[in-house]
Design a protein around this ligand. Sequence first.
Ligand code: NAP
Length: 433
Amino acid sequence: MRQVAIIGSGPAGYYSAEALQKLFGDEIRIDMIDRMPVPYGLIRFGVAPDHQSIKAVYRRYEKVALSGNVRFVGNLTVGGDVSVAELAGLYDAVILATGAPQDRPLDLPGSDLPGVVGSAAFVGWYNGHPDFAALEPPLDAPAAAVIGNGNVALDVARILAKSRSEFAGSDIVGHALEALERSAIRTIHILGRRGPHQIAMTPKELGELGHLEDAVPHAEAADFPAEAEDAALEPGVRKSVAHLRAFTALDQGEKRKRLIFDFFAKPLRIEGEGRAERLIVERTRLDEGLRAVGTGETYAVPCGLVVSCIGYQTPRIEGVPYETDRGRFANEEGRIGDGLYCVGWARRGPSGTIGTNRPDGYEVADKIAADVGAGAGKPGWAGLEPLLKARSADIVTFRDWQRIEAAETARARDGSPREKFVAIEEMLRARGE
Ligand code: NAP
C-alpha cells in the first residue's frame, strides 16, 4: 500500500489526488492536509465570487474527497503543527500543493502607507479569507488605482466597479458587499507598465467590463499601435486587444463609474499624509526586448486605495528548498527531493488557469509510480493520527466540513449559494451545529 500526503486542498491538490486514484486504484491511501478548516483553496479564496461557473469545479474535487481512500485533514499547518520531515518519515510520498497565496511585494516608496494593499489581501477580503477578513480597505476616496495588467487586476477592478445587484447569485461575503455598496470610488485606474499588446488579460474577462451596470471602461486610442499590427498577435491576445480598442469609443452615458486603462504607466511611489492619496507614475516606452523603459515624464494619479496585482508567490516551508526570484519551491519537473514533490503554482509559479494544474497531477502520479514502487510499508495515517493526538491538534474532517458547508448554505442571502464563515473559530463552531 502506498501512503501519500498532499499538502493543500486547492485545484493542484485535488487533481493530484484524482490522478493517483486513477493510477493506483485501491492500492493507495491519500491524506490531504490543509491549514484551513475548509477545503478547495483557490476555488474558495481566490476565484472571484461573481464567477460561480468557474467555482463549480469544486464538485469534481468533492467526488474525489468522498471516495474511500482520500482523507481530508483540515486546520493543520505543515511547517507549524507538523513538519515536512515528520511527514516524510510517515508517508511514501509528500506532495506540496500549497499554491501561491502571498503577494509579490510592491517594493515602492510609500507602499507601507495605509490604503496600499496587495491583491492577495484584497481578494482574500472579498472572498472571506480568515487572514484578511478584517482588512477594511479604504473605499472613501473617489478614485482607486489597480496596478497590473493580468486577470487578477481585472477581477479587482470589476469587483470595485459593480453595483450591489450585480452580485446577485455570487458568494461575495456580507462585509465586502456592504462596504462596496457604500464605496465612494467612481474612477478605477488599471495601470500597465507596458502597452495594450503586452497585456496578460484574457478576452472573456476583459469583455465583461463592457457590460457593467454602472461603469464604463475607457482606453486611450493613442496608446495603441496601428491596427494592422494586431494580426501578428496570438489569437487570445488579439481578441483581448479588440475589446480594448472597443473601449476607446464607449460613451459614459448615465453610468457613474469609469474604469480607465492607463498603459505605459510605471508606478514610482505612493504619496499621502498618513495614507495613500496619490500614485506617482512614470510614462514608459518599450525597448527592443518589449521591456518598459522610463521616459522621465511623470504624473500623479489621485487615489485613496492602491491594489497591487503584480503576481503571487508560494510561502516558504521550513526545510524545503526555495527559488526566491521565482517565488516557488526549487524543483526539477515537480521533484524536490527523495519522496518530496510539488505541483501547481508551488511548482511552476503563479500562472495558468485552474485546468493547467491537471497535467501536473498526472505527472506527479507517474513519478510516484516510478519512485515509490508498491510502497515501503510506511504507516501513513496510522502514524500521523497518534502524533496529532499527542499534540492536541484540533483537526477538521471532510464530514465536519460538510456540516460547516450546510451551515454556510443555511445562512446565505437570497439567491446566494452560501454566506461564508470568515473566522476560523466560527468555522470550528459550525462543525458542531
Ligand atoms: P499575471 O497574469 O502574471 O499578471 C501580472 C501583471 O502584473 C502583468 O501585467 C505584469 O506586467 C504586472 N507586473 C508585474 N510586476 C510589476 C511591477 N513591478 N510593476 C507594475 N506591473 C507589474 O498575474 P495575475 O494577474 O496575478 O494572475 C495569475 C494567474 O491567474 C494568471 O495565469 C491569470 O490568468 C490567472 N487568473 C485567471 C483568472 C480567470 O481566468 N478568470 C482570474 C484571475 C487570475 P508585465 O507583463 O510588464 O510583467
